[in-house]
Design a protein around this ligand. Structure first.
Ligand SMILES: Nc1nc2c(c(=O)[nH]1)N[C@H]1C(S)=C(S)[C@@H](COP(=O)(O)OP(=O)(O)OC[C@H]3O[C@@H](n4cnc5c(N)ncnc54)[C@H](O)[C@@H]3O)O[C@H]1N2
Ligand code: MOO
Length: 406
């Protein structure tokens, strides 16, 4: 039998990115429902932010002309945030009590924070003369009307929604959400909340994969659990291929007698690749099924989790038209223990990362690295990323770490 052809993670990612159809359908989405969606046009600001010059401090608006620190200025008015200042004029030698966010009256050219003054109800003496424009946020300081504030292909995070809200937007143009079908496979797999018979285990994967995909603004449909039966799997996948942009299964993708995913995919569609040189997560089938793309994830929960993060999420990002995939933040940390390993696969070892009092980062792999040990993921806060050909990493060596972001 020919040896299996393994793709490196980088080659697999390149393949996924080029196989991903780019999105075309767009829709107008309420910003309240837009978290994770990808914007389909450059978004232009309809107004200035701030809409007028405002004070950055609670204090006194003044005119700097010939001002010295000895002079007590009369406080002629109080200006609150939200107040219409169009009719207010500050005379030379006058001061206005002003609050943070309140409009700067005409005639004023600086705001002195109240801590730098001596004041009572009627007068204020400026103890530290500010420079011109100090503590004034000019009109459009943050955003100018007609500025492009969000570019096409940006995934909307909370910070982008804040920006849209700040220019008064309640809707925005996004790509229509991808429809994703999620299937667990295995005779032994039962839904949590049901009673297990001998030999059975609970479906941990589906909720975990769905949870990883939830921030991506996709529509995930849980297709339940398919038994280890080639005909049943074929029916299930045929039906799903009509409805979804992407089908994700977990389990049954290896070489066992009950592993039907790859043969069924071979029969119904096309398998582009089936093995990726990562640990955990070696068996990973990718291909097409009708108009749908298909990712067959390994059944071991940690393998399903890692392959979702490393392969499925970048694929989805490309299918969503994301302008650039976020680069994973990889840093270096000193190993607290030796690692001896079988070379061949790039490994994502679950580990605890901490900073020492001297500022040095230290990383310790968890003792149990089996892909069936889900607690290795919940006890960890980072991966040690071990290059495929590394056999030995020594205590104290600085190794690549990928902090968990989820
Ligand atoms: N002879 C070989 N055997 C195996 C190989 C190999 O190369 N040659 N690869 C191993 C590796 S690596 C992995 S990873 C697994 C992947 O196997 P499958 O994708 O076929 O997964 P299953 O056999 O169906 O399940 C593996 C394991 O995970 C449990 N499982 C499955 N689904 C779920 C779920 N939804 N929730 C929780 N746990 C699940 C299942 O009960 C098994 O214990 O193959 C190795 N074998
Ligand atoms: O690749 Mo498997 O995911 O090591 O257990």
């Amino acid at each position: 039998m020919a040896p299996p052809v393994w793709l490196s993670l980088d080659d697999a990612l390149n393949h996924l990115r080029s196989a991903a159809p780019r999105p075309t359908a767009t829709m107008l989405c309420n910003t309240e429902a837009a978290l994770g969606r990808v914007v389909s046009i450059d978004i232009v600001a309809p107004c200035n932010v701030p809409p007028l010059a405002v004070s950055a401090m609670d204090g006194f608006a003044i005119c700097l002309d010939n001002l010295t620190s000895e002079i007590a200025l009369p406080v002629t008015q109080t200006i609150l945030a939200g107040q219409d200042i169009s009719t207010i004029q500050l005379g030379k030698g006058e001061a206005a009590r002003i609050m943070t966010g309140a409009g700067i009256p005409s005639g004023a050219d600086a705001v002195v924070m109240q801590e730098n003054t001596t004041y009572d109800e009627d007068t204020v003496t400026v103890n530290q003369i500010p420079v011109h424009g100090e503590n004034i946020r000019p009109q459009g300081n943050d955003i100018c009307r007609d500025d492009i504030i969000i570019t096409r292909g940006t995934r909307l995070q909370a910070r982008h929604l804040m920006l849209l809200a700040s220019v008064g937007q309640t809707t925005c143009e996004v790509y229509s959400p991808l429809k994703i079908g999620l299937l667990a496979t295995g005779d032994e797999i039962k839904a949590p909340g049901t009673t297990l018979n001998p030999g059975q285990i609970f479906n941990a994967n589906s909720i975990g994969i769905a949870g990883l995909l939830a921030p991506l603004g996709v529509q995930v449909t849980d297709l339940g659990i398919c038994p280890d039966d080639a005909d049943a799997l074929q029916r299930c996948l045929q039906e799903a291929a009509e409805k979804f942009d992407l089908i994700i299964s977990s389990g049954g993708v290896s070489v066992g007698d009950a592993d039907h995913v790859k043969p069924v995919l071979d029969k119904l569609g096309q398998v582009d690749f089936w093995k990726v040189a990562i640990k955990p997560g070696k068996p990973f089938a990718f291909g097409t099924l009708g108009k749908s793309l298909f990712c067959g994830l390994p059944g071991n929960p940690v393998s399903a989790y890692v392959t979702t993060e490393q392969l499925v999420i970048p694929l989805i990002a490309s299918m969503q038209g994301l302008a650039s995939s976020p680069t994973p933040v990889i840093g270096l940390a000193a190993l607290t223990t030796d690692i001896k390993r079988q070379p061949g696969r790039q490994e994502f070892m679950r580990a605890t990362l901490c900073v020492q009092p001297d500022g040095q980062w230290q990383v310790t792999p968890l003792a149990k690295q089996s892909s069936g040990v889900m607690t290795s993921v919940t006890k960890a806060n980072a991966y040690i990323v071990v290059p495929a050909h590394t056999k030995h990493l020594a205590t104290g060596e600085r190794v690549q770490v990928l902090p968990f972001t989820r």
